[in-house]
Write a protein that binds this ligand. Structure first.
Ligand code: SF4
Length: 249
């Protein structure tokens, strides 16, 4: 049976994409894929369980390490063009997963919950894309996905590319990750080290878990000799486009 894998992060866009796929093709033809960075908030892990139970959908969990170890490996925090944690914890495991699935069952579509209006970066990146087209994985994300996936019949669809934030929240009603209700605009690692300082400060002060994450971040600072903070109130301080495209969907 050909299934549609939907990468999910615990965020509202990927959940909407999953929900849409289930509505359109039936839950038996859909499977979620959660690439665990081992750096998510407990509410996000609980939310992944909620998604599995609520939709009665198969969710495959893959893990290729954790964010602190990637920071140690590269000797820096992610940010700007350096998204080594996304590459190694999200994209590479997805490629391995897709290759294995294509080998086992032949070609299929991956549905990604990307939205153009999520950020100016995404609007620019997807300006020539439309939601009812199929793209090869290497067209979707050049330099990240190998061309052999397309030769194996793997294609990418972006079903909610044109959806607004309002449409997504309306679709999910009260089924979104509770971190949104707590005031977080985006969900991913807690915090995303590549995000602006305001987001990181907020996460570190949010709750007991956030405080524990701050201890880890300060320990990493000492180990690599670099600051977790990227600004002194400058233009990058609260730049939402700094956040990871894959991780925050
Ligand atoms: S959410 Fe941020 S810290 Fe986590 S993997 Fe993505 S870029 Fe890295």
């Amino acid at each position: 049976m050909v299934k549609i894998p939907v990468p999910i992060s615990g965020g509202k866009d990927s959940q909407t994409c999953l929900e849409l796929a289930i509505e359109l093709v039936g839950v038996g033809h859909v499977q979620g894929l959660f690439c665990d960075t081992k750096f998510e908030h407990p509410l996000t892990y609980e939310h992944i369980d909620f998604i599995r139970d609520h939709y009665r959908v198969q969710i495959d969990v893959v893990n290729a390490g954790n964010v602190p170890d990637k920071v140690r490996k590269y000797g820096r925090f992610p940010g700007g063009g350096a998204r080594f944690c996304t590459d190694e914890l999200k994209i590479k495991p997805t490629v391995i997963y897709a290759k294995a699935l294509a080998t086992a069952q032949g070609g299929f579509e991956i549905w990604y919950g990307m939205r153009s209006d999520e950020s100016t970066d995404r609007a620019a990146r997807y300006k020539d894309r439309v939601s009812d087209e199929l793209y090869t994985p290497h067209e979707y994300m050049a330099g990240k996905y190998p061309k052999y996936l397309a030769r194996m019949g793997v294609m990418v669809r972006l079903p909610i590319l044109d959806w607004s934030k309002h449409q997504v929240l309306h679709q999910l009603q009260d089924r979104a990750n509770p971190l949104y209700a707590a005031g977080f605009d985006r969900v991913g690692c807690f915090p995303c080290f590549a995000s602006g300082d305001v987001h990181k400060e907020r996460a570190f002060g949010f709750d007991k878990f956030g405080k524990q994450q701050k201890v880890i971040a300060l320990q990493l600072e000492r180990e690599i000799g670099k600051s977790i903070w990227t600004s002194q109130g400058g233009s990058q301080r609260n730049n939402p486009d700094q956040m990871c495209m894959i991780c925050q969907s």
